[in-house]
Structures are given as structure tokens and as C-alpha cells.
Write a protein that binds this ligand. Structure first.
Ligand code: SF4
Ligand code: SF4
Ligand code: FES
Length: 281
């Protein structure tokens, strides 16, 4: 980094861990970026794309990254910024350089397959939502009159859980959520590979976000009608019993979702449901 008289740098270094395609080896690439006030990491990546050369002057392809809302709502831009899982759109360069003046390091999340550079496939998280039936089934769109009354306390419990953006920060930090990365066999069709991958995901830990979404829908007066099938899923392979209660998840959630409260509630609900199932036999 080159310092200016007013103590702001004239430029700063950005180290990006790059990977051409799924399963390929990764490599570090260094870029020198001209400083401007109020940059975020997305605008840094845009500058790098425009420069198209490394700090050694070698021409290079633009770094691939994902983004959508640019206001920390969609979760698409989640990556490791200086080792911390967070959204690139809300990671401000001035703050980052104040913490680490030697530059900024960008890596893809480690618990998901890398698609290219900083883009990962978070499909496993959506698969986990399918596993726990994180929705309310509807059997028609006709007017069926008002639904059940909602209590203020119920709404206040559910609202923060509804803010989950499936970003992946909680599972990236979770020691129980391990990487599942399969390689497509030469004689395997895309459909067969996807099926094998879905089976592997279905055996692995669903993670804190899916557990919390289970509670969101179980606590909804209409969703409560299907609570049993969600709890069955949480009691199955890769369910709640895998959680070691290390609480890393709650510490890193950018939406400050009370994940450990959800996990504790899920524990109470599955215990109650297991007893009920035993005596209903
Ligand atoms: S619970 Fe929080 S950290 Fe986890 S996916 Fe949802 S928003 Fe992201
Ligand atoms: S509390 Fe459970 S879900 Fe959260 S980080 Fe720990 S093991 Fe993972
Ligand atoms: S682009 Fe949507 S959270 Fe960053």
C-alpha cells in the first residue's frame, strides 16, 4: 500500500483466491487497486475487472463473483473477507483497511463447492430447506376466509427468523457442517450426478438456518398443522442430533437471528413429538 500525505492510501492490495472451474486447483492472485473513499468489496471487484491485469502487470480474466440486491438482503455475495464470512456488498473498504492496512483478502466460502473464483453453489442449503419442509403447503388459491388468529408474541418470535437470507455464514462457521464435494464420473449424466449429490446432502447436517426455518413454520398457526413432518425430518439423518451446540452460528449471523433459541426450541419440540409418537402407537 502506498501512503498519501493525508494518511489515506493512494492504492491498496487485494489478494483473491481464484479457481477456474469446479474441482480445479486454486491459486492466489494479487491486484493493486486505486483507493477511493467509500468503496465496498463489490466495487473493488468491479475495478479489478476493469483493470484486467494483476499487480505484476500480467493480463488476467475478470474475477467471478455473485451479487444481486447490494443491500445485504439476498446473501448472494457472501464470501470470506479477511477470513471472516460476510456479504461483500456491506464490507466497506475504509473499515477493512483500518483493521488490516496491508490489504484485503478474498476467498470463496469453504463449505460449498466452488463454481468459479468467489462463486459457490449454495444449493445444499436450499436442499436442506426442502428436507425440513420449510414452507406452508397450500391446496388452492380460492378465498377460504380468514386464517387462524395470530398472537403478538408469536409474530414477534417469528419475524426475526423470517429475515434469513440463506447466505451461508452460519453453516460456514459451524464445526458440524462439513464440506460435501463430489466429482461427476465420466459415465454419469448430469441428472445422475445431481441425484447422487442430493443423496449425499440428505445424509449430512441440515445446519442452523434450516433448523431455524423449521421453527419459523412450526410456530405459524397454519404451518403448525404440518409440524410433525418437519420434526420427523429434524429427527432423521443429519438432523438436530448432529448439532454440538458450539454456538458459532449465532455469533456470525449478519441478520442477528437468534439461532440458538431456535435450536433449543427445536430440541424441545422434537422431544415432545418423540414422546407423543411413542404413546400414539
Ligand atoms: S441464519 Fe443468518 S447466517 Fe444463517 S443463512 Fe440465515 S441469515 Fe445467513
Ligand atoms: S450451535 Fe449447532 S448449528 Fe450452531 S454452530 Fe454449533 S453445532 Fe453448528
Ligand atoms: S448482493 Fe445481496 S447480500 Fe450482497
Amino acid at each position: 500500500m502506498i501512503a498519501q500525505a493525508n494518511s489515506q492510501p493512494s492504492s491498496f492490495e487485494v489478494r483473491v483466491l481464484r479457481q477456474e472451474a469446479p474441482g480445479e486447483p486454486s491459486r492466489w492472485e494479487r491486484h493493486q487497486v486505486t483507493y477511493e473513499p467509500n468503496l465496498n468489496v463489490i466495487s473493488v471487484l468491479q475495478k479489478i475487472a476493469t483493470q484486467a491485469t494483476t499487480s505484476a502487470g500480467k493480463s488476467t480474466s475478470p474475477v467471478a463473483w455473485d451479487c444481486n440486491c447490494l443491500e445485504e438482503v439476498c446473501g448472494a455475495c457472501t464470501m470470506l473477507v479477511n477470513g471472516q464470512t460476510r456479504q461483500a456488498c456491506s464490507a466497506l473498504v475504509d473499515k477493512l483497511l483500518a483493521e488490516t492496512p496491508d490489504g484485503i483478502e478474498l476467498r470463496p466460502m469453504s463449505k460449498f463447492p466452488v463454481v468459479r473464483d468467489l462463486v459457490v453453489d449454495r444449493g445444499r442449503m436450499f436442499r436442506a430447506l426442502e428436507r425440513v419442509h420449510a414452507w406452508i403447503p397450500v391446496d388452492g388459491y380460492g378465498d377460504r376466509g380468514p386464517g387462524p388468529r395470530e398472537s403478538q408474541a408469536g409474530q414477534e418470535f417469528r419475524y426475526p427468523l423470517s429475515e434469513c437470507m440463506t447466505c451461508g455464514c452460519c453453516v460456514e462457521a459451524c464445526p458440524q457442517f462439513s464440506k460435501v464435494e463430489l466429482t461427476q464420473h465420466l459415465d454419469e449424466t448430469d441428472e445422475q450426478f445431481e441425484q447422487r449429490q442430493a443423496q449425499a446432502y440428505d445424509q449430512s447436517f441440515v445446519g442452523a438456518a434450516a433448523i431455524s426455518q423449521t421453527m419459523l413454520f412450526n410456530e405459524h398457526p397454519t404451518g403448525h398443522m404440518n409440524a410433525g413432518e418437519r420434526l420427523e425430518a429434524l429427527m432423521g439423518p443429519g438432523g438436530l442430533q448432529i448439532c454440538g451446540n458450539a454456538q458459532n452460528c449465532v455469533a456470525v449471523c449478519p441478520k442477528e437471528i437468534p439461532l440458538t433459541t431456535s435450536i433449543a426450541k427445536a430440541g424441545r419440540q422434537t422431544t415432545g413429538y418423540a414422546f407423543k409418537r411413542l404413546f400414539d402407537r
